[in-house]
Design a protein around this ligand. Sequence first.
Ligand code: AMP
Ligand code: MG
Length: 400
Amino acid sequence: MIEETEARRRILEAVDPGPVETVPLGEATGRFSGREIFASVDLPRFDNSAMDGYAVRAVDAGTGAFLRILEEQPAGTDRGLAVDPGGAVRIFTGAPLPAGADAVVMQEDVRADAASGRIEILDGVQPGENIRRRGSDVCASQRLLDPGDRVNAVRTGLLASQGIVKVEVFAKPRIAVVTTGDELVPPGTERIEAGQIFNSNGPMLAALAAEFGGSPRQFHAIDEAESLRAVLAEALADADAVIVAGGVSVGDRDLVKAELRNLGVREEFWRVRVRPGKPFVFGMAGRVPVFGLPGNPVSAWMTFMLFVAPALCRMRGENRERLATGLPLPRIEALAAERFENTGDRPHYLRCRLESDGRVRRVGAQESHALHGLSRAGVLVRLEPGEVREPGDAIRGYRL
Ligand code: AMP
Ligand code: MG
């Protein structure tokens, strides 16, 4: 049995970033940048007005001053105008700032008199007011994205604002999800016999694999050596990573380890000191990582988050050292709403919720089959063996 951090470190050392491909920006959304991306243009691209109003010299535009309206500068074209002393240029949001102007008076803060062609300043401005300076958001050559950063909607917009139309993203790793067990039937099966259950790990692990950037394909094997071997061989033939769920424990029907070995998979370690998730097994089939997850649904989810998710993040270029330190989830520090104690000899992850007063309380059944409890959790608390937290004590965990 090895420690959780040691297990993750060894997995991260065994997997490497995968290949990248170039796709149109619209298809990059939701995927992961394959390289660093640098800005090529300043944003804003030119000094411009943040308001509809009048471009002025602040020194001329104190409260009560009268200014001559010179010309009009709309957005979308630079008329090359200038503001002379005592003058004001009518301007609109996003329009280039005329030479000589160093502030914009909002139109709400002037009284315009069409007959005299003048404005009266009702509320004076300071230099720089209502002006968006060139490069104040982004400077050309500034780094915008790191390898492994998700191209979310905002970043899609950011890249578009640079005029970018193609993006290098990591190719989606092909992930084989193999569930095992005689008792399992696919959801949708009309007649479910006594003793059978619906396969929930297959859909859950496929969803997780997709969430972490992979392209999943599901397989199922019964607990019989030869057919299991055949399914595992098929899964291994065409995958960048293989996840097997169930059959990795010590029961007579737990055949996964033996059949992986028969297929030439090199077992790196088996069993990790963590609860839930102890029977986790990790091996390598050449360069292809193989993750054996316990079948209990919460254990399967937990070991995916502890060991598979960091590996998938690494396969898309994320920094190995950063991933080694914990789960790829946002951390949270909060106060305990009730007493927590880990009386066991393994670190324990507990499914909790964050209450409206910011305190953390266990939610639902904590057993490793209890998927509903997990589904209601918003916080995952980690307790070391022997650790006790009294109500009101600080408590650490992850945000789900
Ligand atoms: P195992 O690790 O194969 O001993 O399975 C442990 C428990 O998880 C058993 O109660 C199984 O029925 C259950 N289980 C295994 N695989 C799945 C699955 N794909 N979906 C739902 N439950 C499963
Ligand atoms: Mg089983």
